[in-house]
Design a protein around this ligand. Structure first.
Ligand code: ATP
Ligand code: MN
Length: 481
C-alpha cells in the first residue's frame, strides 16, 4: 500500500478508507495517542492505538524520535484541535530512538542548545518552519527573475582573483603544509599549487556577473560566497548565500526599483505560501519577546511587520542627508552610539543603520551616494559636489532588525575613470585585465546589487541569529558537521 503524506491526510475527507502513514513519533500519550510528523507539514497527525490489541513491548518502543510505519483507518477526530486522525490497524517500528539518549524531548529547547546539535535540530518545529520558509524564498527568487527574463548564471566558487573587493578571502590550495615549495628567493611557489597560481574562495560573483550582463543583458547569480572576516555578530557568516543581479543599461534608480520589487515579491510569496510556518514563527517570537522589557519588544508582530514592509515605499535618501539626521540625533548628542558621528565621511555602523530604520523612519531605507572612500573601486563616480566631496552611485538597503540587507551600485563603465580609481585604491589592474575588457569593448552603463540570502531569511522568519537560518553555520572557530 502506498504511503500518503501527512499534509494531504490532514486535508482529506475520505473517512473510512485505509491509509498508510510513515513518520517520526513526536509524542505518545496515555498509551494510546501517537502524534506523528513526516516533515510535510508543521502539524502532526494523531494515530490512535487500542492498547489491548498490541503487544506491550511494541508500544514501549513508541518513543519520541522513533520512526514508524502505520496502516489504519482515516476517521473524523473527536479530539480538539484536529479534524482527522487514524485508527491504527498495523504498526511497525522502522527505527528505534532510545529515550534515554535522544537529546530532543517534547519540551522547549534553547536555540543555543539546538545549535550544538544542528544535525538533529531539523526535527524541531522551529527549524522545520525556518527551512520551509528558506526554501520558499529561494524558489520565489528564481521565479521573480525568471518572470522578468533574467538568465541565471553560475559564477565560479574558486576564483583566481584576490581583488573582488568585498572582503577577506579563504585560500584554496593543495600544497603540502609540511613541505611548502619555495622559489629561489624564498617565497611560496604557487606554480606548484593545483592551479599553478594562488586561488581563493569567492567573496562575490559580481565581477564575473558583469561579464555576462555585458552580453546577456539581465543576469543573476545565486550561490555560496565566503568571507574570512573575524566578525562574530548575529548577522555575519563565513559562508553565506548571495543573490547578485547585474543589469545592462540600468542606472541607480532602476537598480533600486528592481531591488525593492524583488524584496516585496519574495516577502509576499512567503506570506501567501507559508502561512502556517509564519503563524508559528510569529507566536514563537511573541513568546521569546515576553522575556524582554516592554520597550525592547517589537511594535509589530512578525506577520504585521512583513505586511507593513509590502505596503510602504522604502524611504530613499542620500548618505549626506543620513549623516545630517544622525549627527543631530539623540543617541549621537547624548553619546549613546558606540561610534559617534563626527561628520561627513564616517562609515555607518549597524547601530546607525538601525537608528535610521527603526527609530527615525520606522521603515526600510535605501541610502545612496556614499563617499567614494568607503566603497569599492567599481562604483560609478559622481561629479564632486560644491565642497569637493567625492561620492559614488552606491545604494544600500537597510531593514529593521537587520541593518544592511542589500548592497549595490551603478558600475563605473568609463575605462579611464575606473583605471584611475583602481590605482588610487591599489587594485592591481593587470590581474583584472579580463574585467577591464568589458570597458574596452562596447562598454555600457550597468548596475547591480548583492542581497544576502540569510539576512533575508532572518527578516522573514523573525529569527534573531543568522546561525539559526542556515542548516550548518560556518563562523570563526566553528565548522561542525
Ligand atoms: P556588512 O557591512 O553588513 O558586513 P558588506 O558591506 O560587507 O555588509 P556587501 O559586500 O555589500 O556587504 O555584500 C552584499 C550583501 O551580502 C550584504 O548586504 C549582506 O546582505 C550580505 N552579507 C555580507 N556579508 C555577509 C556575511 N558575512 N554573512 C552574511 N551575509 C553577508
Ligand atoms: Mn562586511
Amino acid at each position: 500500500m502506498k504511503r500518503t503524506k501527512i499534509k494531504d491526510l490532514l486535508n482529506a475527507t475520505s473517512f473510512g478508507t485505509e491509509v498508510r502513514i510513515m513518520g517520526w513519533v513526536k509524542t505518545f500519550r496515555n498509551n494510546q495517542f501517537i502524534a506523528i510528523n513526516d516533515g510535510s507539514s508543521l502539524q502532526n497527525i494523531q494515530a490512535v492505538v487500542d492498547f489491548n490489541h498490541f503487544d506491550e513491548a511494541l508500544l514501549k518502543r513508541l518513543t519520541t524520535g522513533a520512526s514508524v510505519d502505520i496502516q489504519g483507518q482515516l476517521v473524523e477526530s473527536l479530539g480538539k484541535g484536529q479534524r482527522v486522525e487514524a485508527k491504527v490497524n498495523t504498526l511497525k517500528i522502522l527505527g528505534d530512538s532510545d529515550a534515554e539518549k535522544f537529546p530532543l524531548q517534547p519540551k522547549k529547547h534553547s536555540l543555543e542548545f539546538l545549535r550544538e546539535i544542528a544535525h538533529l535540530r531539523f526535527r524541531t518545529n522551529t527549524f522545520n518552519a525556518v527551512f520551509k520558509v528558506r526554501h520558499a524564498l529561494a524558489y520565489a527568487i528564481h521565479q521573480f527573475f525568471n518572470s522578468k527574463g533574467f538568465t541565471y548564471i553560475h559564477t565560479p566558487i574558486i576564483t583566481g582573483s584576490d581583488a573582488e573587493g568585498a572582503g577577506e578571502m579563504f585560500r584554496v590550495t593543495t600544497l603540502d603544509f609540511d613541505n611548502v615549495p619555495r622559489t629561489e628567493s624564498g617565497e611560496v611557489n604557487f606554480k606548484e599549487d593545483f592551479f599553478g597560481k594562488p586561488t581563493n574562495l569567492t567573496v562575490s560573483g559580481q565581477l564575473e556577473g558583469e561579464l555576462a550582463a555585458m552580453a546577456l543583458g539581465d543576469i543573476y547569480t545565486f550561490g555560496p560566497t565566503f568571507r574570512a572576516e573575524n566578525s562574530n555578530t548575529t548577522r555575519h557568516l563565513a559562508e553565506f548565500w548571495m543573490i547578485e543581479p547585474e543589469m545592462a543599461f540600468y542606472d541607480l534608480n532602476d537598480n533600486m526599483d528592481l531591488a525593492e520589487d524583488l524584496l516585496k515579491y519574495v516577502i509576499k510569496y512567503a506570506l501567501d505560501n507559508c502561512s502556517d510556518e509564519l503563524e508559528f514563527l510569529k507566536n514563537r517570537l511573541l513568546d521569546e519577546e515576553k522575556q524582554k522589557p516592554q520597550n525592547e519588544r517589537s511594535e509589530l508582530d512578525l506577520i504585521s511587520k512583513l505586511n507593513f514592509c509590502l505596503d510602504n515605499a522604502f524611504e530613499r535618501l542620500t548618505y549626506t542627508e543620513a549623516i545630517d539626521i544622525l549627527k543631530s540625533s539623540k543617541p549621537n548628542q547624548k553619546k549613546q552610539f558606540k561610534y559617534l558621528i563626527e561628520g561627513w565621511g564616517a562609515d555607518l555602523q549597524s547601530e546607525h543603520e538601525r537608528y535610521l530604520v527603526e527609530k527615525h523612519f520606522k521603515k526600510p531605507v535605501i541610502l545612496t551616494n556614499y563617499p567614494a572612500d568607503i566603497k569599492a573601486f567599481y562604483m560609478r563616480q559622481n561629479e564632486p559636489d560644491a565642497e569637493g566631496r567625492r561620492t559614488v552611485r552606491a545604494m544600500d538597503i537597510l531593514f529593521p532588525g537587520i541593518g544592511e540587507i542589500v548592497g549595490g551600485s551603478q558600475r563605473e563603465e568609463r575605462l579611464e575613470k575606473l583605471l584611475q580609481r583602481m590605482e588610487e585604491m591599489h587594485v592591481p589592474a593587470q590581474e583584472l585585465n579580463w574585467y577591464l575588457d568589458t570597458r574596452r569593448f562596447g562598454s555600457a552603463p550597468h548596475a547591480g546589487f548583492g542581497l544576502g540570502f540569510e539576512r533575508l531569511v532572518l527578516f522573514v522568519t523573525g529569527m534573531t541569529n543568522i546561525r539559526d537560518v542556515i542548516p550548518f553555520p560556518r563562523t570563526p572557530k566553528n565548522a561542525e558537521f
